[in-house]
Design a protein around this ligand. Structure first.
Ligand SMILES: [Zn+2]
Length: 91
């Protein structure tokens, strides 16, 4: 029982660490793109049968990089990408 709880907590910590690292990487890449003069990015969804409505609806649409700093990724385990107006892939 104790080991089950411990194992579950370890998986949660691993997931949060992975997602926090991913968010930091995205913020770094978006900030760098903004510094280099990019203003917009195209949302490139990774569409599978498990994709959420947000990712499917945003696929191919253009967003300001400033708004993406706050709103991307929209959820954990999101495998979408952003390609800037200068053709740079964020991930
Ligand atoms: Zn996504």
């Amino acid at each position: 029982m104790f080991n089950d709880v411990l194992s579950q907590q370890k998986r949660r910590v691993d997931m949060y660490a992975t997602e926090t690292y991913k968010k930091a990487k995205i913020v770094g890449s978006l900030s760098k793109a903004i510094q280099q003069g990019s203003k917009y990015g195209i949302w490139v969804a990774h569409i599978t049968n498990a994709s959420c409505e947000i990712c499917i609806n945003n696929n191919g649409k253009q967003f300001s990089l400033q708004s993406l700093l706050k709103e991307f990724p929209p959820h954990i385990n999101c495998n979408c990408n952003i390609v800037t107006d200068k053709g740079v892939s964020i991930l």
